[in-house]
Design a binder for this molecule. Structure first.
Ligand code: A3P
Length: 299
């Protein structure tokens, strides 16, 4: 598909981000006030970026004047493996605390300063079937630049790969389990969220997020409906319809609209055959066995 994957640190990195990934791992110095948003790609990172940005900057901007209205979430929250390398080749970003940064590197291979400092990590994951479909479409559209119905050959070719864990920043199970275990061992350090839970109860999860980050909502804010306002600002429908996200172009060349497709739980049912879904799901279940981590496949 034009984006070969390279194995480094037991992780399948897209070739285009390998230099950035190495630079990130070797040179990045975390600050205690940093907030790191981690995920497998296509798991709700964009949503989490918008939510986190809104929570920590709510004293500075009302939802009506939020920078999210004119900038896509990925411009407000740099991507550590690629943006830092491309922008300056100097991984120490210079903007006021708390810096919000994102990455897809497995917990085990994060720079030591992230694991050892007091910075916080929020991980978002998504059921592996929806994650895979979202990634297939994202890669296809980025390569072809046109939105065709998902071609069956793309899924067929990619299917054997995902069954072996060969996917961007995968294996899926290593990525999620590394953070899942860290969140159990260090609950003050790592907050573990699921896309399906955010879809089910965004208010509850926004409160958890704000509290975890040390920016809890006050009773007054709750009464004034601040949490609801943030959830509306960051909702799929609202962000997708903004001019900047409909027609803007990302610095690496693909359109901002590629980050907003369907935003649903269970779309995998429209793309995988039942036998493919069952086979892949069995593999993932086997890998997660004994961890206590579960996924909802439909809302
Ligand atoms: P779909 O392709 O299934 O629609 P990431 O941000 O990690 O790249 O993930 C992208 C996925 O999250 C896409 O899924 C996208 O539509 C969905 N998404 C983006 N913004 C969202 C939002 N505000 N709420 C819910 N889903 C969102």
């Amino acid at each position: 598909d034009g984006t070969p994957l390279l194995l480094f640190n037991e992780t399948w990195y897209p070739a285009s981000s390998i230099r950035g990934a190495v630079s990130f791992q070797q040179n990045f110095r975390a600050q205690d006030s940093d907030i790191i948003l981690a995920s497998m790609p296509k798991s709700g990172t964009t949503w989490l970026k918008a939510l986190t940005f809104s929570v920590v900057s709510r004293d500075r901007y009302s939802p009506k004047e939020s920078p999210l209205i004119t900038a896509p979430p990925h411009e407000l929250v740099p991507f550590l493996e690629v943006d830092l390398y491309l922008k300056s080749q100097n991984p120490n970003l210079d903007f006021p605390p708390p810096r919000i940064l994102s990455c897809h590197t497995h917990y085990t291979y994060l720079p030591e300063s992230i694991r050892d400092s007091n910075c916080k990590i929020v991980y978002v994951c998504r059921n592996p079937l929806d994650q895979a479909v979202s990634d297939f479409v994202f890669v296809r559209d980025r390569v072809s630049g046109i939105a065709n119905p998902l071609s069956s050959s793309l899924i067929d070719e990619g299917f054997e790969n995902i069954c072996r864990g060969v996917q961007s920043y995968g294996p899926f199970w290593n990525n999620v389990l590394s953070y899942w275990k860290a969140s159990l061992e260090r609950p003050d350090k790592v907050l573990f969220l699921k896309y399906e839970d955010l879809k089910e109860d965004i208010i509850l999860n926004l409160k958890r997020l704000a509290e975890f980050l040390g920016f809890p909502f006050t009773e007054e804010e709750e009464k004034e409906g601040v949490i609801e306002e943030i959830s509306r600002l960051c909702s799929f429908d609202n962000l997708k319809d903004l001019e900047v996200n409909r027609n803007g172009v990302h610095s690496s060349g693909f359109s901002n609209s590629a980050f907003f497709r369907k935003g649903e739980v269970g779309d995998w049912g429209n793309h995988f055959t039942p036998s493919m879904a069952e086979r892949f799901w069995k593999i993932v279940e086997g890998k997660l066995d004994g961890s206590g981590l579960t996924f909802k496949l439909s809302q």
